[in-house]
Design a protein around this ligand. Structure first.
Ligand SMILES: Cc1ncc(C[n+]2csc(CCOP(=O)(O)OP(=O)(O)O)c2C)c(N)n1
Ligand SMILES: [Mg+2]
Length: 318
């Protein structure tokens, strides 16, 4: 891992973590409305995956999509403004937490519905192939989403049509309060690539470097062969499922065990142990990311709300 990539992974993970902690805080003050799904503990999946993508690649996120958007390059100020419902937000404040999108950086949308990212990514990959571009589209989805029909239909179509899609499963062991073992007989999600004769990878999703290397290899394969790939990134959601979660379905010990494998801390310790970065360099990233989030919050709070008379502009719903 070269120093630049190592520090970028650290920066994006810290930015994601602080962004979500900030959202959680302002939510608790009643300054943010609607709902949010935080992915605290899953940052290495977003950073390792999105940093391995190229600028011309597309990315589709889930309902738990803040980190993916940040790591694909969406401006955190405009993301924060979106979540605060302001006119300066990436979707002019109309979408909120689950509708973060910015076409300019290839972040083609998070989604309140579980599953559609996989089908949308097939469409984007088809477009890349049709135009003869050397690009892939990546779809994030959870372990729960792999039990849906749309996942299997999309995997089948991508395989038959030879579409350069990276199907990226963020396996955090739970779909809401249901443990993976109660939702599927075979919990080896990578096996789900087999019926479609699709290549698959399984990686420690709390190890940013491992995710980055795996997705780099998977992307090379998808581009050179024009074939889809399934990547399973095993991780854990330390935060609750949504804004309220009593954690009745899991033990404190389990959460504690995974906190020991906090991806931000693991990466930081790795950089120090290997002499890739010094304490000072890491502290600088820490300070800069804190400042960036503080600026984002100020920008959001100082931005105007949309005007009531044009609230229906840019809204597409039936
Ligand atoms: C089609 C659909 N069904 C149900 C829901 C309600 N729902 C929201 S998140 C979620 C759990 C999804 O689990 P998983 O795919 O593992 O993602 P995670 O929340 O763990 O990141 C469910 C059932 C929904 N939003 N969309
Ligand atoms: Mg899950």
């Amino acid at each position: 891992m070269d120093k630049q990539t190592a520090l970028l992974l650290l920066e994006k993970m810290m930015l994601s973590r602080k962004f979500e902690e900030s959202v959680q805080y302002y939510f608790s003050l009643g300054m943010i409305h609607g709902t949010t799904h935080l992915g605290i503990g899953e940052e290495a999946t977003a950073a390792g995956t999105c940093l391995a993508l190229h600028p011309g690649d597309d990315m589709f996120a889930t309902h738990r999509g803040h980190s993916a958007a940040i790591c694909k390059g969406v401006d955190v100020r405009r993301m924060m403004a979106e979540i605060f419902g302001r006119e300066t937000g990436v979707c002019r404040g109309r979408g909120g937490s689950m509708h973060i999108a910015d076409r300019d950086v290839g972040a083609l949308g998070s989604n309140g519905i579980v599953g559609p990212s996989v089908a949308l990514a097939c469409g984007a990959a088809f477009a890349h192939k049709y135009r003869g571009e050397e690009a892939v589209s990546a779809a994030f989805f959870g372990d729960g989403a792999t039990n849906e029909g749309i996942f299997h239909e999309s995997m089948n179509l991508a395989s038959v049509w030879g579409l350069p899609v990276l199907f990226v499963c963020t396996n955090n062991l739970y779909g809401m309060s249901t443990h993976i073992s109660r939702a599927m007989k075979n919990t080896e999600i990578a096996d789900r690539a087999k019926p479609y004769l699709m290549k698959s990878f399984t990686v420690d999703g709390n190890d940013a470097e491992a995710v980055f290397d795996t997705v780099t290899e998977a992307r090379d394969y998808a581009v050179s062969s024009c074939e889809p790939v399934l990547i399973v990134e095993n991780t854990y959601r330390i935060s609750g499922h949504s804004k309220s979660d009593g954690n009745q379905y899991r033990t404190k010990e389990e959460i504690q065990r995974w906190k020991q494998r906090d991806p931000v801390r693991l990466h930081r310790e790795k950089l120090l142990a290997r002499g890739i970065a010094t304490e000072e360099e890491i502290s600088l990233v820490d300070r800069q990311t804190t400042e960036e989030i503080e600026k984002a919050v100020r920008f959001a709070i100082e931005s105007p709300y949309p005007k009531v008379e044009d609230i229906y502009e840019d809204v597409y719903a039936e």
